[in-house]
Design a protein around this ligand. Structure first.
Ligand code: TXA
Ligand code: MG
Length: 350
């Protein structure tokens, strides 16, 4: 399939967004930007179209998709019994990077393929203008997972994902680099408690402004054991990990962290191994390895850079990637959650 490309980087081109919306209406797939990461979208009401997403990504059928809406009317057609806490979350954080797991309407307007047969459906209203205009012009909610082959880091810019996805979508809307760079915060409200199933830009601290009762699901930072039931099926799967072995090292004491990373480097280099360090810009001079990349100097920069960097480590001829961890406060929880998976739970916390 030859996909049509539309440049939406500097200025919105509404005519081309409408062309892409025609593809959604026809049951085809569109690659589009959101403020978090790119999505591969299909008409969420069309089961056959949604199945194409699973095929394009090689995604397990038991991993439900997020549905993207552009208005509250669209939301109300899909879900039932929006609670007071959910209403407050919507008021405060939509449009924006927060996915809420709602109860699905009993008429099952959203097909089972989207929700992996669950009685719930994850919904968000993106703030990215191209995404919103695409949904509005399509006149249907759009089901969209992150744009990547399953297991790989999510696409934060078109260049990174063009090769793996261009043959699989009918239209590409290129909105440049994603503002945030990590996927949305996924939460579920159970009675008067907010459960964070996947951390993101909307932090635990921000959610606590709505209710003090906010809990982080244990699988955010710990591996799912085989016998365990998970609140969010996506947590079971291998994710973000390059083929090269990665290890994350973190300590609140920066000097201790730098010393540990240098110690591992020395040991591994003595065994003939080649090391790549991914560290904060301000720490790079302290590392003895001669191959080192900056991940940025703030959490916001690290969030934005990390997926595109993880995609590049495999063809560097290195045996081990050592990644600096960050503290878990604020956006740090989301960064830690993604890095732990990239390192396949191989991390040292001093
Ligand atoms: O920022 C984002 O959320 C991006 C952009 C494109 O919107 N989308 C995204 O989708 O990250 P995906 O499919 O890569 O991740 C969706 C996550 C998965 O972990 C999935 O298991 C979970 O949300 N999820 C979706 N529906 C759910 C449901 N009904 N119950 C529990 N978890 C759900
Ligand atoms: Mg994903």
């Amino acid at each position: 399939m030859k996909s049509k490309y539309s440049n939406q980087k500097e200025k919105i081109n509404i005519e081309e967004i409408k062309e892409a919306a025609e593809e959604i209406k026809k049951g085809n797939l569109v690659l589009f930007p959101t403020e978090t990461v790119y999505g591969i979208g299909a008409n969420a009401l069309n089961e056959e179209a949604v199945k194409k997403i699973f095929k394009a990504k090689g995604r397990a059928g038991d991993n439900p998709l997020i549905v993207h809406v552009s208005s509250i009317e669209m939301l109300e057609k899909i879900v039932s019994n929006i609670s007071n806490i959910e209403k407050r979350l919507i008021e405060k954080f939509w449009p924006g990077p927060l996915t809420i797991i709602f109860n699905r309407k009993s008429e099952k307007i959203i097909p089972n393929a989207v929700t992996a047969n669950l009685n719930t459906v994850g919904i968000r209203m993106p703030s990215n203008e191209v995404a919103r205009k695409l949904i509005e012009s399509s006149e249907v909610p759009i089901a969209a997972p992150s744009a990547n082959i399953s297991g790989k880091p999510s696409g934060t810019n078109v260049e990174d994902i063009l090769e793996e996805l261009q043959d699989k979508v009918s239209y590409i809307l290129d909105g440049g680099f994603s503002d945030i760079g990590l996927e949305s915060t996924v939460i579920q409200v159970v009675e008067d408690k907010i459960n964070i199933l996947r951390p993101g830009k909307i932090t635990k601290e921000q959610l606590e402004e709505v209710t003090k009762n906010v809990q982080v699901d244990s699988h955010v930072l710990h591996m799912v054991k085989e016998s365990e039931k998970v609140a969010s099926p996506g947590m079971k799967y291998r994710h973000y990990a390059p083929n090269t072995k990665c290890i994350m090292v973190y300590s609140k004491n920066e000097q201790k962290m730098i010393d540990k990373i240098n110690e591992i480097t020395k040991e591994e280099e003595a065994n003939g191994k080649k090391i790549l360090i991914l560290g904060k810009k301000q720490h790079l001079d302290s590392y003895i390895s001669n191959k080192k990349w900056s991940i940025g100097s703030s959490k916001a920069e690290i969030a934005k850079n990390i997926f595109t960097l993880l995609r590049k480590v495999d063809n560097q001829g290195v045996d081990l990637v050592i990644i600096e961890g960050v503290g878990q406060e604020g956006l740090g929880l989301a960064i830690t959650n993604r890095l732990i998976r990239a390192c396949e739970y191989n991390y040292i916390n001093l």
